[in-house]
Ligand binder design. Structure first.
Ligand SMILES: [Zn+2]
Ligand SMILES: [Zn+2]
Length: 366
């Protein structure tokens, strides 16, 4: 079959905007709809052509592909089948011809999950309790009480219109339900949905960080019921990760930073220093004469990277602690140290003093 020009079918220029495409389609669909032209084969042929053109030009992705490929364009191998055309039309025309679209999608639920850094590092499984709006089971999401339902005499309980039409239409007397309700469902009070407490297991992959969202598809609120139709699909549960601050570690991506206080003596003489890792305590060798602020890298002791391919490092940074107060014996010992340790023990201080000594004395003190 020769590929037709969809723009010509809808009578619009190639540069037509989405609104113009939709307007043209709706106008033509109204004119050629088989319900309005019963028994007219020509009208039905026109209508299918229009629907096919709309299927392509009404979808930005398909339209771009069609524009690019021209006569080579295919509908992923085949044009839409009549049932699919119906779906396309329902989407575009809504209730124009009496049949309802399926119900709206339910809302997403947001839940904040607080984790320790250890849990974030290793991954975890948590059981959480949420409140979900779910389809009412008592009434099958119809909102009508089960008791006292009288079969619809107009459609014989099928819910379908008796006049044969191109699109399946709901029975106008019972709105497609197939019965006439006597009362509202007592459980949901006619709302088609109820609120229920639910516990869910959430699997948290290793390496998550604050602000990350985990999506549990279909675990949000159920969509509202539709008279005689299918309730809309459920929304999603969005679990927002919040990793607590840790008393020992700070995090930089997959790396961990830990500042370890050491005494001047440990830094000057060197020592075996106990340092924390996420799992345990390990020992690092601090060589004699290590300056304050020196970092040691412990490879692979960080967190797993988000893609799961690599592990970060742990950076241990030494901070020499100056005693805020000293007792008399310690003071005397330090003064003794000061007498022994001449300028060659403090090369930075000596270099600084020499540089400063080149300036004239006697300036105002701040
Ligand atoms: Zn009916
Ligand atoms: Zn109910």
């Amino acid at each position: 079959m020769a590929r037709r020009d969809y723009y010509a079918i809808l009578g619009i220029p190639r540069g037509a905007g989405p609104d113009e495409v939709k307007k043209a389609f709706r106008a033509l669909a109204m004119r050629w709809h088989p319900d309005r032209n019963p028994g007219d084969a020509e009208a039905e042929r026109h209508f299918r052509e229009i629907a096919e053109a709309w299927d392509v030009l009404g979808d930005p992705e398909k339209r771009a592909r069609y524009d690019r490929m021209g006569p080579l364009f295919t509908h992923d191998g085949k044009p839409p089948r009549p049932e699919e055309l119906n779906e396309i039309l329902l989407d575009a025309l809504g209730g124009l011809f009496g049949r309802k679209k399926p119900g709206d999608r339910g809302d997403d639920i947001r839940y904040t999950l607080t984790l320790s850094l250890e849990e974030a590092a290793r991954g975890a499984e948590r059981t959480i309790s949420i409140q979900r709006t779910i389809s009412c089971r008592d009434c099958g999401a119809t909102g009508d009480a089960q008791e006292g339902r009288a079969p619809c005499t107009d459609c014989g309980g099928t819910g379908r219109a008796t006049t044969r039409r191109f699109l399946r239409n709901d029975c106008p007397f019972c709105a497609g339900k197939g019965y006439k309700p006597a009362a509202r469902c007592p459980r949901c009070n006619g709302e088609t949905r109820t609120v229920a407490d639910e516990t869910l297991k959430v699997k948290i992959p290793p390496g998550v960080s604050t602000g990350q969202k985990l999506k549990l598809r279909g675990k949000g609120n159920d969509g509202p019921g539709v008279p005689g139709g299918v309730p809309g699909p459920a929304g999603d549960l969005l679990v927002l990760i919040d990793v607590e601050d840790h008393p020992l570690f700070r995090r930089r991506g997959a790396d961990l930073l830990c500042e370890v206080p050491v005494t001047f003596v440990e830094a000057a003489l060197g020592c075996d220093l106990s340092v924390p890792t996420l799992d345990a305590v390990t020992t690092i060798r601090v060589p004699p004469g290590t300056p304050s602020g020196k970092s040691f890298r412990l490879p692979g002791r960080g967190l797993q990277s988000p893609d799961g391919k690599a592990r970060g490092d742990l950076h241990v940074k030494l901070a020499v602690e100056v005693p805020p107060a000293l007792d008399e014996a310690a003071k005397q010992a330090l003064l003794e140290f000061s007498r022994c340790a001449g300028g060659e023990c403090h090369p930075q201080k000596r270099a600084f003093a020499e540089a400063m000594g080149a300036r004239p004395a006697g300036g105002k003190s701040a």
